[in-house]
Write a protein that binds this ligand. Structure first.
Ligand SMILES: C[S@@+](CC[C@H](N)C(=O)[O-])C[C@H]1O[C@@H](n2cnc3c(N)ncnc32)[C@H](O)[C@@H]1O
Length: 361
């Protein structure tokens, strides 16, 4: 996995971040110290040359075109590892991601995470999107260095203790092992081909005592009202979505239910899964849920085309016009209050045990 910062410069000796190839069983006190400008120093204060830098430099040609976006049916897509992520990265999709962020915060009682963090120093946000979560974490924990990674260099200027890099989490991770106090993902379903390998890597790169937290919305509509007709355009969109994505190497459906068993199997402890409801529409009586439902309508109106256009045209052979007309029909169902739609926000998290911790099996 190679890294490049958002300016398009390959991360090297003069860049904002340097890593030693930290490894093995070192405890947190033995880690290098990170300053707010991102430089990392060892205990005598001298800058540590990065073993990663040379690896990154040697791969620089691969990354020279990361901003050379691809256009298809009037939407813009990432070019690094082209085709691996089926959603666009244009302004419309970025707006949707930021809407989702506000909605998730409401559902999480204004918390950015549920994992108990104490003075975290290293935080990794994988599939950071616009970087909004990473930036807010950097403000919340000014003593921490937050790194957001994504296939697309679309993030805005971050605060000094936050940086963004173009990386593919589906490849080998470049960071030191035993390193992060928290590794976070949100809505990364559809971006990973081998979740078991993802969890193995997350385990290796979390520091002992560090947390992995994933927040996902499985693509399964639920409804609290009358049974909707099976041929409803909204439901048709979901069944086509499941069918199309199942035939790719990065399916969206049926993944989250395996997260906890994967996490336990690779060694995480205190693994929990919590499900919170994301209503769609203003039908709930509870004012917070009503607000969430309002955001979710925007999320769907902006997002249904993003999720389906590439998949349905590339995999199902539909024309862009056919997809857009189906989505237009489905949008009417989104706004149907009587059906009382809702989705799940599933928050799965676990902790890497401390070095001397006795883990019961
Ligand atoms: C639905 S967006 C969510 C963005 C952000 N996590 C949030 O919640 O606001 C998913 C993001 O993951 C990125 N992504 C997908 N697969 C990836 C991969 N294998 N490695 C890195 N980023 C990936 C996409 O480019 C996209 O920006």
């Amino acid at each position: 996995m190679v890294a490049e910062d958002v300016t398009g410069e390959v991360v090297g000796d003069t860049s904002a971040r340097h890593y030693n190839g930290g490894d093995g069983d070192s405890k947190q006190s033995e880690y290098e110290l990170s300053t707010l400008d991102g430089s990392i120093f060892d205990s005598d204060g001298s800058s540590i040359a990065s073993s990663m830098s040379s690896a990154v430099r040697s791969n620089s040609s691969i990354l020279s075109n990361v901003g050379n976006y691809k256009f298809e049916h009037d939407r813009r897509y990432h070019s690094y590892r082209e085709g691996n992520w089926v959603l666009p990265n244009d302004q419309q999709e970025q707006d949707r991601m930021d809407i989702f962020h506000q909605m998730a915060l409401l559902r999480m009682d204004d918390k950015l995470h549920l994992s108990p963090l104490e003075n975290p120093r290293r935080i990794l946000d994988i599939g950071t999107g616009t970087g909004i979560w990473a930036i807010e974490m950097a403000f919340k924990y000014p003593g921490a260095r937050v790194i957001g990674t994504d296939l697309s260099p679309i993030q805005v200027s971050p605060p000094a203790n936050c940086s963004f890099e173009v990386e593919d989490a589906d490849s080998e991770w470049v960071y030191p092992t035993n390193n992060f106090d928290m590794i976070h993902t949100r809505q990364l379903l559809g971006g990973i081909s081998d979740w078991r390998m993802f969890f193995e890597q997350a385990y290796a790169h979390a520091r002992p005592g560090g947390w992995l937290e994933l927040q996902e919305t499985p693509p399964e509509p639920h409804n609290d009202g009358p049974t909707p007709p099976a041929d409803l355009p909204f439901l048709r969109v979901f069944s086509l979505f499941t069918e199309a994505s199942a035939s790719t190497s990065r399916p969206f459906a049926d993944q989250v239910s395996q997260f906890t068993s994967h996490m336990k199997a690779v060694g995480f402890v205190d693994v929990t899964s919590e499900t919170r409801r994301l209503p769609l529409g203003t039908w709930p009586i509870d004012p917070v849920e009503k607000e969430i439902g309002r955001y979710n309508v925007l999320n769907f109106l902006e997002g249904m085309e993003s999720y389906t256009l590439a998949l349905f045209t590339r995999v199902l052979g539909m024309s862009a016009e056919q997809v857009r007309s189906l989505i237009d029909e489905a949008k009417k169902d989104v706004c149907n209050r009587k059906l009382r739609w809702y989705f799940d926000l599933v928050i799965v998290r676990g902790r890497k045990p401390y070095m001397d911790e006795v883990v019961s099996t």
